[in-house]
Structure formats: structure tokens, C-alpha cells
Design a binder for this molecule. Structure first.
Ligand code: ADP
Length: 454
């Protein structure tokens, strides 16, 4: 298995000159790596202990705006500092950059040194420890789908995002011939990430021209989210290094399939799969059925954490493999939840609702919270659905717009109880802001439709 670096290993590499830079990063609300590039000598001498950043980093949008309405940070309170506390278990090489290592940080209050509750790593750690108190560990895997484009980010930006030519000319689902043509980008992505300690399983072509999928071996929930964030970052940087652009926007063209991030989940006890019962139907333990009942019942409450932008909801279209219904199925890709690995130790549930733009820490935390609720309340799992779930009128719907998902999030007594009012208020504000910004925009569609004819 690939591995991270110990702090002592890092120190030796600084002494022998093979590392001169340490990227010291937090994960922001959007799931991006933000932070500083330390000279490695300074990092191993002092900054490994802690460094600081402006607290607006966890209250901003993709554009780095400073929206009002956040209790934790504002112009009134003067935008103070957070402590960035390097988690030394996450030190790894960044093999696609010369002489560079990386560490992820927890975000702490400047004065109390307590975790900042709405920081994505803290949100996930809280649910992991609630689960641990019940005696379980969560194993998770997130699949990363994205599009590769022929041109670079800069060229595409200069074209006003019009020159969007995918790297391939046809649907490349499982194609070896077409994906061979993309190995200039995809091979370094797999190999550099593996060398960075991320257990890459494979990449494959996906069901649209230029669409790719990267699969990473399942891992403990926090590691899985760290792997996802680093892999997403690496994919963008490596695509950029090769003069291409990689996009995780869930839906970049109305007539093309969108990109998702499916989340595979299983619970374990003492290193053994607790979702597996060899004597039960489908090999599904009672524990697993309660967990699944919880994540299905509360899916509308946490949909925002799977689909955080206006664009995320454009992906949820009938007949595109992007699910809209809160039902489960055995190996059926039209349901929101799919049972995988039935009858084996690898039995697990895959949530197919999330888009490629989800923040993996928040998505996993919300699902763990819902699964825990299912276990605690011994919730009953409805029978599996079969056939084309899109046509199942009785099946429950997830919210179909950001506006609706914001309301279900705001009004979720369950999420408020298990994640905290401060966290839910914070992310509700982020969701509202996203909608307010969109409502202020005048889109190409409106102009084309009404310019002459309105
Ligand atoms: P798919 O047909 O959805 O691509 P795969 O067999 O490729 O299914 O597996 C998808 C993901 O599920 C992989 O990242 C794999 O590591 C993960 N996975 C396998 N077993 C488990 C498990 N017990 N718990 C969580 N994730 C798992």
C-alpha cells in the first residue's frame, strides 16, 4: 500500500535537500485546499506546530467574496485569525511538484484552540467519534468523475468559457482505445497520487466525450475525504501542467451527462465488516438495514451537502444515471442508493445522489449522522425497488433545486441536533448566498430568449 510520510522522514528529506517546500493546507467550505507554501526548513523548525490564516477562509464563496450573515466571522468582528494546526499524520510528498511535500491542517479557534465547528474536517470528525462511541468505524470510498478539456483553463477563461471542447470526440465509457489517447494526463494522475500515498485503484473513461472517473480504494472516513480533496486538487494541477483543463462542474452542457461523486459506505467492528451477515438475505446485516433506512429517510435533509450549488441541481435529470429518488435497489443504477457487493464481505451501500462538486467531509458527515440515527432508532428499511426508478411515482424525491434543499437543511431538526445549530446556520447561509448571487446574475439563456422576442 502507498503511504504518507512520517515527520522524521520529512525532516531527513529537508536535510538532504529533496524537500524544500511544504504546502500547509486547510480544506475550505467548497472542499478546496487553501493555505501557504512554507519553506521546508521553517516548517520543520517551528511551523509544524501551528500557523494562522484569516478566518474569512471558512466564510467565503468560490469567488472569495465576503458575504454578510455569518455568525462566526464578519466585518463587525474584524475578520480575525484561525489557527491552522498541521495534522502530522497527513504529511505526504507532492510528486507532481518539484521538492514539495504537503500537510493538511485542522482549523482551531485562535483563542481557545478548540476546533472550529463548521470547518469541514471538524464536521466529519464529530460524526466519526459519535460512531466510534457506538463501537463502529466507517469505511468510505468516493468516486471522482470529471471532464477533461482540450484547452487550458486560461484559454477557456479568455474565450468567456465558450471554447469548451472535450479532450475526446465520443462517449468513452470503459474505452481503452480512447483513454489511451488521454494517458498523457491520466497516467501521471494515477502514478503521482499513488506515490503521494493515495491508494488509487483505477481510472476509466466515463459515459460522455471527455469524461473520466478516478477510483480510490476505500479507507477510513477521514482518510477517504482527505484522499478525495487531494486527488481533486491534483487532477486540476496535473491537467494544467499538460495544457488542459479538468472540470468538476456537475453539468457544463445541457445535452451532456453530468459528473457525480458516488459515496460507498460500510461500517466495521474491530477490522471486520459489520454490514455482512452470511445468513441474511443479500448478506445484509440488520445493522446495515437500519443504517440504510436512516440515510434514505434523511436524504432530503442533507441533499444540500451532496449538491451545494445552483448548477448541482441541473444534473438531476431523468434517464441520465443521476438519481432523484430516495429509494434503494440491488445493483440498479437508477435508484438514489444502490446495494453493492451483495452476499459478500464487501457488501456496502452506494449513495448516487452527490455531484462531483460535493465537499466529501460534509457529505460523509451528513450520511454518517443519518446512518447513526437509523441505527439508534432501529429504523425499518423498506423493500428494494426494481425496474426504472425514474418512473416510480410512489418513490420519495430529493429536493430538486438549491432553494428547496436550503429550506430542508434550515428546517432539519435532526441535523441541527446531531451537527449543531451553529454548523447548520453557517451552511444554510452559504446556500442562501449562492442562490442570492445567482438571482443577481443575468444569464446567456435569458438574453438569447428575450433580447429580440420579449
Ligand atoms: P462500481 O461498479 O460502482 O465502480 P467498484 O467495484 O469499482 O464499483 O467499487 C467502487 C468503490 O467501492 C471503490 O472505490 C472501492 O474501493 C469501494 N469499496 C469496495 N468495498 C467497500 C466497502 N466494503 N466499503 C466501502 N467502500 C468499498
Amino acid at each position: 500500500m502507498p503511504s504518507t510520510l512520517s515527520f522524521d522522514d520529512l525532516k531527513s528529506r529537508v536535510v538532504d535537500g529533496s524537500v524544500d517546500t511544504v504546502l500547509t493546507c486547510l480544506v475550505d467550505m467548497q472542499g478546496r485546499l487553501m493555505g501557504k507554501r512554507f519553506h521546508a526548513a521553517n516548517f520543520v523548525e517551528t511551523s509544524y506546530n501551528e500557523t494562522h490564516c484569516c478566518n474569512y477562509l471558512l466564510a467565503t464563496d468560490l469567488e472569495m467574496a465576503t458575504p454578510d450573515g455569518y455568525a462566526s466571522t464578519s466585518w463587525q468582528s474584524g475578520y480575525g485569525d484561525y489557527v491552522m494546526k498541521p495534522d502530522l499524520a497527513t504529511i505526504r510528498m507532492v510528486p507532481w511538484l518539484e521538492g514539495t511535500a504537503m500537510v493538511l491542517c485542522d482549523v482551531l479557534d485562535h483563542h481557545t484552540h478548540e476546533p472550529v465547528p463548521h470547518s469541514p474536517r471538524a464536521v466529519l470528525k464529530k460524526q466519526i467519534s459519535r460512531l466510534k462511541a457506538l463501537g463502529f468505524d466507517a469505511m468510505m470510498a468516493t468516486e471522482l468523475e470529471f471532464f477533461l478539456f482540450a484547452k487550458s483553463y486560461d484559454d477557456i477563461r479568455k474565450s468567456g468559457f465558450r471554447d469548451l471542447e472535450p479532450i475526446s470526440g465520443y462517449n468513452e465509457d470503459y474505452h481503452i482505445l480512447q483513454t489511451t489517447k488521454e494517458e498523457g494526463v491520466m497516467r501521471p494522475i494515477r502514478n503521482h497520487l499513488y506515490a503521494a500515498g493515495i491508494p488509487i485503484e483505477n481510472s476509466k473513461g466515463e459515459a460522455e466525450a471527455g469524461q473520466e472517473e478516478l477510483n480510490i480504494r476505500y479507507a477510513a472516513a477521514l482518510d477517504c475525504a482527505d484522499h478525495h480533496s487531494i486527488a481533486k486538487h491534483a487532477i486540476k494541477e496535473i491537467a494544467w501542467q499538460h495544457g488542459h483543463a479538468a472540470s468538476f462542474l456537475p453539468k457544463w452542457a445541457p445535452d451532456r451527462v453530468g459528473s457525480s461523486s458516488h459515496v460507498h459506505q460500510s461500517l466495521w467492528v474491530d477490522g471486520k465488516p459489520a454490514f455482512f451477515d452470511p445468513d441474511a438475505e443479500l448478506g445484509m446485516s440488520e445493522l446495515m438495514s437500519h443504517y440504510m433506512a436512516g440515510i434514505i429517510a434523511y436524504a432530503p435533509d442533507y441533499t444540500y451537502f451532496l449538491a451545494p450549488y445552483v448548477n448541482s441541481y441541473k444534473r438531476f435529470a431523468k434517464g441520465t444515471f443521476a438519481p432523484t429518488k430516495t429509494v434503494w435497489s440491488v445493483d440498479n443504477r437508477t435508484a438514489g442508493f444502490r446495494l453493492c457487493g451483495d452476499g459478500t464481505k464487501g457488501v456496502r451501500v452506494e449513495c448516487r445522489i452527490g455531484g462531483s462538486d460535493l465537499n466529501p467531509y460534509l457529505a460523509q458527515a451528513a450520511m454518517l449522522a443519518a446512518g447513526i440515527k437509523g441505527i439508534q432508532d432501529k429504523m425499518t428499511l423498506a423493500p428494494a425497488t426494481t425496474g426504472d426508478v425514474y418512473e416510480d411515482a410512489k418513490a420519495g424525491d430529493i429536493p430538486q433545486t438549491l432553494r428547496k434543499a436550503t429550506e430542508t437543511l434550515r428546517n432539519s431538526a435532526f441535523l441541527r441536533e446531531v451537527m449543531g445549530d451553529d454548523v447548520i446556520d453557517h451552511y444554510t447561509r452559504a446556500a442562501e448566498w449562492e442562490q442570492e448571487e445567482f438571482d443577481r446574475a443575468v444569464t446567456d439563456w435569458e438574453i438569447a430568449r428575450g433580447f429580440e422576442r420579449a
